[in-house]
Design a binder for this molecule. Structure first.
Ligand code: TMP
Length: 237
């Protein structure tokens, strides 16, 4: 059946379509922090994140990164391929910030010589705990070969995105990716890439242009998301 809601997450709803294997993702205006413990609605956030994600996935596709993205079909909606989501958040870090700065007891802003890739187990009840490769295998989320594929894809995305953001005067501090298996079992990029899921700092002013303005109550979310969108629209056609 088409138009059936099959999943509702914190930031998106997924619906079936007429076409087997194709879903419609609708981006919501909700912003959450503290694993859903804090929630606020920002009118227009959904359409900004949908457009930003669509631009970025189009750019990544043009640079050889396979993903679930098909096309943006309205301000808040996009068509995506149905995949079996791997229950991991794959985080890539270029500059020390957020939970890693806290865990290591060092100030934010330290640049890494090589990027750090981390896995978190997607499980709300457990607050998405940080886990290592052995835990990933123990949980049955991925086998060893797939772990290497995830890391290689994540680092490849990082290279492409660093280039893209650098071109528009933004430092890609860190970001979170999710992956899924397509109908052949191949691992492809899924979910979204937006200021909800990245840390983006203006190169010159160091201003935060991401969800940290909401998490830390330090600015206007819509204003900074617009800034990212406007800069991206200048370079991704
Ligand atoms: P962290 O420093 O809080 O671990 O976050 C690292 C990056 O991952 C940051 O860009 C925000 C993003 N992220 C998500 O997109 N979803 C999440 O649930 C978490 C914890 C982080």
């Amino acid at each position: 059946m088409a138009n059936e809601l099959i999943y509702e997450g914190k930031a998106k709803e997924l619906f079936t379509t007429e076409k087997e294997g194709v879903l419609r993702a609708k981006y919501k205006d909700d912003a959450t922090a503290l694993n859903g413990g804090r929630k606020e609605v920002f009118a227009g956030k959904g359409k900004r994140n949908n457009t930003i994600t669509s631009l970025i996935f189009r750019y990544l596709k043009a640079h050889g990164i396979p993903s679930h993205f098909i096309e943006q079909i309205s301000e808040t909606e996009q068509l995506i391929r149905k995949v079996e989501i791997i229950p991991l958040e794959v985080v890539v870090r270029n500059v020390l910030a957020g939970s890693l700065a806290k865990r290591l007891g060092r100030p934010e802003g330290e640049k890494m010589d090589t990027p750090i890739v981390e896995f978190y187990f997607k499980n709300d009840a457990l607050d998405d705990p940080f886990i290592n490769d052995d835990h990933v295998v123990f949980l049955g989320a991925c086998d060893r070969k797939e772990i290497e594929t995830l890391k290689a894809l994540a680092l490849n995305v990082n290279e492409k995105l660093q280039e893209l953001f650098s071109e528009i005067g933004i430092t890609l501090v860190d970001f979170k990716l999710e992956f899924g298996r397509d109908e052949t079992g191949a691992i492809i990029l899924a979910d979204e890439i937006s200021p909800d899921t990245c840390r983006l700092w203006d190169k010159e002013t160091k201003e935060k242009l991401d969800k940290d303005v909401f998490r830390r109550n330090i600015g206007n979310l819509i204003t900074v998301y617009d800034e990212v969108l406007n800069r991206l629209m200048e370079v991704v056609k």
